[in-house]
Design a protein around this ligand. Structure first.
Ligand SMILES: Nc1ncnc2c1ncn2[C@@H]1O[C@H](COP(=O)(O)OP(=O)(O)O)[C@@H](O)[C@H]1O
Ligand SMILES: [Mg+2]
Length: 260
């Protein structure tokens, strides 16, 4: 079958399942395929050449970005941060193959939970048990905390760049569909903009990006965000000073938006 762009050779490995396109972003495409074994699904991130960029510069940029993303993921995985493991890469060819994470994006889980809520921002009714969604907020805070503890800044924290992976069958059978939507382990993905830093400022900006993304993606759940920060606070030693810095970062953000 003719393709619009030449596919990287890895996409045509005989052992691989036919790759299916999962997402097409500004920077690249994400395919689902298999790695080495038919029952080992994987995500293949491919950054095609950009025709509008100088070819040598483009090749150098692509190679550096793929290599950086793989390096950060690898480091996180070894330090126990919940991220997909790296299976293979060819930075010069522009691709990275990582573990396939089952489940749904956190954004979708939160929206499914909110789906049955009343539209207004009224405080929850007395009988409304918010424990499952509050628990999810805490797991998000812990995941981001473990990332920061290892000295990595994500650079694009949103509820779309986190997956909710169901726990192995039978561990907690969940009859309630709504509860099921927000159950599972939080896995951080999309390290295309990640950098290494342990400064309070960089960590605070990372949290601020998430706070803003959360407020615009989930306006009806905005008040729940405090649970993310509360869990973050207890996730590593320096987290407390990051949260103090976050107040400065917010203030600057407000000033900037007042100036237009
Ligand atoms: N390892 C993975 N397992 C399962 N789905 C993934 C994985 N990585 C990415 N995805 C899906 O593909 C989408 C795009 O991937 P992402 O890494 O976020 O790239 P982009 O830079 O295009 O946002 C994600 O939002 C997610 O739905
Ligand atoms: Mg993404």
């Amino acid at each position: 079958m003719a393709t619009e762009f030449p596919l990287p050779r890895v996409l045509t490995y005989p052992a691989s399942a036919p790759p299916s396109l999962i997402a097409q972003g500004a920077e690249g495409r994400l395919y689902k395929t298999t790695h080495l074994h038919a029952d080992r699904p994987c995500a293949l991130k491919y950054r095609p050449p950009k025709p509008y960029r100088h070819p040598i510069l483009d090749a150098r940029l692509t190679k550096a970005r793929i290599a950086a993303e793989a390096k950060v993921l690898d480091r996180c995985y070894r330090e126990g941060v919940p991220v997909p493991v790296v299976y293979a890469l060819d930075a010069a060819a522009g691709w990275l193959m990582i573990e396939w994470i089952e489940g749904i994006p956190v954004r979708q889980g939160i929206n499914e939970w909110l789906g049955e809520r009343p539209e207004d921002d009224a405080p929850p009714a007395e009988d409304l048990d918010e424990t499952p969604i509050v628990d999810l907020m805490k797991r998000i805070g812990q995941a981001v905390g473990s990332l920061h503890r290892t000295g990595v800044i994500h650079g694009d924290l949103t509820t779309s760049n986190m997956m909710l992976r169901p726990r192995p069958q039978g561990s907690e059978p969940e009859a309630d569909a709504k509860k099921k939507a927000v159950a599972g382990d939080v896995i951080l993905i999309d390290f295309g903009l990640a950098t290494q830093s342990s400064s309070d400022e960089d960590r605070a900006v990372d949290l601020y990006v998430l706070e803003r993304a959360f407020a615009s993606t989930h306006p009806r759940a905005e008040r729940l965000f405090s649970h993310v920060l509360e869990a973050y606070k207890h996730s590593f030693k320096k987290a407390h000073s990051v949260l103090i810095k976050l107040e400065d970062v917010r203030m600057r953000g407000r000033k900037r938006s007042m100036l237009g």
